[in-house]
Structure formats: structure tokens, C-alpha cells
Design a protein around this ligand. Structure first.
Ligand code: GDP
Ligand code: MG
Length: 227
């Protein structure tokens, strides 16, 4: 089976309509990456899309929309990964969503990846709050939108502030969400977490994690261009 991929990645976002809609293509599969400042959201996305990592902290107040496309089984599929800044609250209405440029498109994501830093208690509190607000405010009919909780910086395991099994039990048993720990720095479980995200929505174009693995390998071959 041949899985050629083309990938384009764009920062800023807004206004892009992808190849979906009038052309008959399926709409982009939208992944929203949320979390407190400094937990490693951008590092995770960068690692996944470009297999790249930097120790330099880059503070960003804007959302970054990364578009990629893969040709799978002869069909082009769009993937839209939005790396959001640390928003103060999840928008409770469409009006709030569109009046704050940082939040645009957030309520219509197909899956939420909520990232915290395993060494930072406050960042887990942020995830808790965000999850609660998503449950309370997300748009009618999207109540099934899956949420994946991600503990990043696993390489700093010695500085962990909450035992792993406590978080895992809470997330999996009480919240009924997926839970993955990863390290963007060491490229550990990055692929797994995106595979989980895709699987959680039963994405037809990536029915199992192997598809995602082949997808990412293809991305690596065809280096992405920043626009
Ligand atoms: P964001 O604000 O959530 O987008 O966080 P960034 O991606 O900008 O990362 C914040 C800082 O954490 C940067 O200095 C990164 O190099 C660092 N960082 C990100 N991921 C990891 C990781 O897995 N391990 C370690 N040790 N540092 C990380
Ligand atoms: Mg960032």
C-alpha cells in the first residue's frame, strides 16, 4: 500500500477552508491542543509534524493552525492541528468564541488534547478547569467530542508532582477520557498520543494507530513547508 503525503503547515490561522466543502472532499479533521503556558503544547505539535524540538521557550499569544494533508488509499485527507495559547476560559458561546481571536474554531474541534506538565501541579488544575468548561459549554450535538489528557515532560519524571496512577485513575475511570504521558523532548509517545486522538473519534481515514504511524513517516519523508 502506498501512502504518499504532502504536508503544509501554516501559522496564524483563520479563513482557511481546506479542500473540504464544495470540492466534495471531507472536511479537515480538527484537533485542538490546549493547556497552560509552558507545558509543551507547541513542542508536541512541532515534534509530531516536523520531528523537531528546541529547548528554547517561545511564548506565543496567538493560536497557530497547522495544516497537513495525506494521500491515503488514493484519497487526500486534511488534518488541522490548532496549537492554542493558554486561554483564560473556554468560550461559552459562539459570540465569545469569535470575538476572541485566540479562541476561533475552538468549539468545533473534533477532539481536544489537554496537555499538562507532570512537574507542575497548577497545569493539571488548568486541565481540570478546561475539561469542566468544555463539558459545560460545548455546542449542542457535540457532546461526544472526545477529550484526551496528556502529561508531558515525562523525561522529568523525578519532579512529578502527582503520582501517575492517581491521575490515570481519575482521568480514565471518572472522566472517561484517554490518558497518555509523553516527552516532546525525547519523542516518547508523541505518535501514540496523536494515534489515540485520531482513534478516539473513529477517524475513518486513520482507523488504527498503524495508519497514523505510516502517516507520520510519510510526513517525515516529505518535509513540511511553512507558509
Ligand atoms: P507551550 O507554551 O505549552 O506551547 O510550551 P512550549 O512548547 O513552548 O514549551 C515550553 C518549554 O518546555 C520549552 O522550553 C520547551 O523546550 C520545554 N519542553 C517542552 N516539552 C518538553 C519535554 O517533553 N521535556 C522537557 N524537559 N522540556 C520540554
Ligand atoms: Mg506554545
Amino acid at each position: 500500500m502506498h501512502w504518499p503525503a504532502v504536508c503544509e503547515s501554516r501559522e496564524g490561522g483563520g479563513g482557511h477552508r481546506g479542500r473540504g466543502g464544495s470540492s466534495g472532499m471531507p472536511p479537515p479533521f480538527r484537533i485542538a491542543v490546549l493547556g497552560a503556558q509552558g507545558v509543551g503544547k507547541s513542542a508536541i505539535v512541532q515534534r509530531f509534524l516536523h520531528d523537531d524540538y528546541s529547548d528554547a521557550a517561545v511564548s506565543s499569544r496567538t493560536r497557530r493552525v497547522h495544516l497537513s494533508a495525506a494521500v491515503l488509499n488514493g484519497h487526500v485527507h486534511d488534518l488541522q492541528i490548532t496549537d492554542y495559547p493558554a486561554i483564560s476560559s473556554f468560550p461559552g458561546s459562539s459570540l465569545q468564541e469569535w470575538s476572541d481571536v485566540c479562541c476561533r474554531g475552538i468549539r468545533s474541534a473534533h477532539v481536544y488534547i489537554l496537555v499538562y506538565d507532570i512537574c507542575c501541579f497548577d497545569s493539571f488544575e488548568y486541565v481540570k478547569t478546561m475539561r469542566q468548561q468544555i463539558l459545560e459549554t460545548r455546542v449542542m450535538g457535540a457532546s461526544e467530542t472526545p477529550i484526551l489528557i496528556v502529561g508531558n515532560k515525562r523525561d522529568l519524571q523525578r519532579g512529578r508532582v502527582i503520582p501517575r496512577h492517581n491521575v490515570s485513575d481519575l482521568v480514565r475511570k471518572s472522566w472517561k477520557c484517554g490518558y497518555v504521558e509523553c516527552s516532546a523532548k525525547f519523542n516518547w509517545h508523541i505518535l501514540l498520543l496523536f494515534g489515540e486522538a485520531l482513534r478516539s473519534v473513529g477517524c475513518v481515514r486513520c482507523k488504527h494507530v498503524h495508519a497514523t504511524i505510516r502517516f507520520q513517516r510519510a510526513l517525515r519523508r516529505e518535509r513540511c513547508t511553512l507558509m
